[in-house]
Design a protein around this ligand. Structure first.
Ligand code: HEC
Ligand code: HEC
Ligand code: HEC
Length: 430
């Protein structure tokens, strides 16, 4: 065969492969046949109460409730880089689970497929919910079925083409969705071994990797359970790597400190939960049973250590930024955080503070722009607030004061530029 006909033949093969892929992607959807439940569904009070607790652990309410609306009635808008999605109605209303069976519910959690055959959008953390054991799925279902029914319709997702197609979800699933082994899940869910139980909680119900995972342009990652840290889309908060003690890793913490952080929002070692993590503590982890928090802490301590790629030696801040930043600090920050960043009474120190020294300035920018409260928890009912500076400080002012804070009192992190601030501010819808 001549070169030219070879090239044609190759092109033809590629075309056939492409058409084949498209046909495969566009094939009609069948409902996945689910494996029969190992034990029959019970709707007794104990199971319902257990389901209620599991829903707290999974923070299902967060994404399935409109602010100020009926719990679990759905309709909460969740902005994504691809458009807006709405959490579904989990009450037994007509727009919710009225017609659902426990098998349908398990199909949604374990396989990521709705009762009508739709592939579910991965804003619903399917790589985590697939890790949930069948018995826990059934208890959750019993709980949701016990709630008062709400019939209000849930708005349709408003996603841009092609993200609004089932084909896009098929591609996403093929690339990034891994179904869990239900036998292993059942074993780990009931494990008395703290590490096993901890892994089950972190990877499954706790869905820690839903935020702590790095995401590419398609919102995916080859390992969606990775805890190696990532910027949360749209919010521009960095969920730090839990594998690196210089970021969010707790491998070298005492178990009591980890438990305190998750239970009260602050630890004796000075760490505080802020931004989206404060919400996790407030709505979920503060209400976990002590034994579950301890199991989770034991697992987090044993996560493999993987330091982030070494940052290049930070360049020295220029003198203009330092002197302007110093003035802003005196004016706006020193009364709470101390002249030398040492912290004053209830106000956290900024000198030697891990949160201040992160490679990415994302969380500092969000904290100073939007202010913040720690989570209100039983252990710490009235957290002290930090005022928002969004109206007072320009991008340049903010860059200067953060550069100052990151390079004084022994701190040695990279300076922050006005452009960094501008990029982090843009699109951060809070
Ligand atoms: C991070 C946000 C988030 C969390 C946390 C979350 N969900 Fe969802 N969930 C969603 C979104 C968004 C959808 C809609 C997906 C779609 O329609 O494509 C959804 C859909 C569902 C569905 C399918 C509803 C339907 O009509 O097909 C079920 C069932 C469900 N979630 C159960 C749960 C349970 C149980 C939990 C807690 C263990 C939970 N979700 C936690 C965001 C979330
Ligand atoms: C909604 C997103 C989100 C989820 C879900 C989430 N985190 Fe976080 N996490 C963050 C952000 C953002 C930060 C950085 C702010 C901070 O340090 O509090 C953070 C910080 C942390 C830190 C470091 C705290 C410090 O002060 O140094 C730990 C430890 C942590 N998370 C553990 C967890 C665990 C365990 C889970 C699962 C139970 C979890 N996170 C779930 C967003 C999230
Ligand atoms: C009225 C007192 C007050 C003032 C003024 C104030 N802060 Fe804060 N700051 C706080 C409190 C309280 C917290 C803890 C908030 C939380 O838990 O979310 C905090 C948290 C922080 C954090 C996060 C620390 C961590 O460990 O996560 C940074 C960074 C910070 N402030 C920087 C600044 C800077 C820069 C300024 C000046 C522009 C400033 N603060 C002004 C009270 C204040």
């Amino acid at each position: 065969m001549s070169r030219r006909s070879l090239a044609w033949a190759a092109a033809g093969l590629v075309a056939v492969a492409l058409l084949g892929t498209l046909a495969w992607l566009a094939r009609p959807v069948d409902l996945i046949t689910v494996a029969p439940a190992p034990s029959p569904l019970v709707h007794d009070a104990t199971t319902i109460e257990r389901g209620r607790y599991l829903a707290v652990q999974g923070n299902c309410q967060g994404c399935h409730t409109v602010r100020g609306g009926t719990a679990f009635a759905g309709g909460r808008a969740i902005p994504t880089p691809f458009g807006t999605v709405y959490g579904g109605n989990l009450t037994p209303g007509t727009s919710g689970l009225a017609a659902w069976s426990a098998d349908d519910f398990w199909r949604a959690l374990h396989h990521g497929q709705s009762r009508d055959g739709r592939w579910l959008n991965p804003v619903f953390p399917i790589n985590n919910t697939t890790q949930i054991a069948r018995a826990d799925s059934d208890a959750l279902f019993a709980y949701f079925r016990s709630l008062p029914a709400v019939d209000a319709p849930v708005p349709s997702h408003e996603l841009r083409w092609p993200y609004n197609t089932q084909m896009a979800l098929r591609v996403w699933r093929a690339l990034y969705f891994d179904e869990a082994d239900p036998v292993a899940a059942a074993r780990d869910a009931g494990a008395t071994d703290a590490l096993r139980r901890g892994a089950y909680l972190v990877n499954g119900l706790g869905h820690c990797s839903a935020c702590h995972v790095p995401r590419n342009a398609l919102g995916g990652n080859g390992d969606m359970l990775s805890l190696s840290g990532g910027l949360i889309p749209m919010q521009n908060w960095l969920a730090p790597s839990l594998l690196d003690p210089a970021q969010g890793g707790v491998q070298d913490w005492a178990v009591d400190d980890i438990v305190a952080l998750l239970q009260t929002g602050r630890a004796a070692n000075g760490a505080i939960a802020t931004g989206p993590m404060a919400e996790v503590v407030q709505h979920s982890t503060q209400r976990w049973a002590d034994a579950d928090l301890r199991a989770m802490a034991a697992y987090l301590q044993k996560l493999p250590l993987t330091a982030a790629a070494r940052q290049p030696e930070p360049k020295a801040p220029d003198t203009r930024a330092l002197s302007a930043g110093g003035q802003r600090y005196e004016q706006h920050c020193a009364q709470c955080h101390g002249e030398r960043g040492e912290g004053v009474a209830v106000y956290p120190p900024l000198a030697g503070n891990r949160a201040v020294l992160q490679g990415s300035p994302a969380n500092l920018v969000q904290t100073v722009l939007n202010g913040g409260f720690g989570p209100a928890t039983a252990g710490h009912p009235r957290p002290f607030g930090m005022p928002p500076f969004v109206l007072e400080l320009s991008d340049q002012d903010l860059a200067d004061v953060l550069t100052y804070v990151r390079t004084q009192w022994g701190n040695a992190a990279a300076p922050v530029s006005a452009l960094d601030v501008q990029q982090l501010r843009a699109g951060a819808g809070r």
